[in-house]
Ligand binder design. Sequence first.
Ligand code: ZN
Length: 154
Amino acid sequence: MKLLCDQMLGTLTKWLRILGLDTYYATIEMTDDDILQIAKTEQRVLISRDKQLIQRAKKEQLPYIAIQTTNLDEQLKAVLNHVSFNESSILSRCTICNTVLESIEKHIVKDKVPPRIFEQHDTFWFCKSCGRVYWMGTHYEHMKNKLQKLKQMK
Ligand SMILES: [Zn+2]
């Protein structure tokens, strides 16, 4: 299931991408028409806090998830009530640009990551669009903790 977050949901977008979910993030220049058009043509579920935008999606019979809160955990919970993800997909996608990550040999990242990280980790991934390098570090640990917490939330 592919997703599309409105401009107010930048942090949520980042966390959905950490989960490995294909999440388009609407840019500030995009109008409601643009957003609905992308939801339609790319068959993405609209995730929004904008009541008007949700009303329009409803009218056009597009799938949507209405977000009612500014609390990140509650936002994530609301999305995960409708969208399933695979734990093995955590950290498979760039949090900055949504590109699927590719594995990269350790020696290649030597100058691209802090020395301590290079020593502690053997597996690295990179984003071929923006060049960012990833490892099973803080994002991964935060996500695991957050998922535990979300499981306990009502
Ligand atoms: Zn990237």
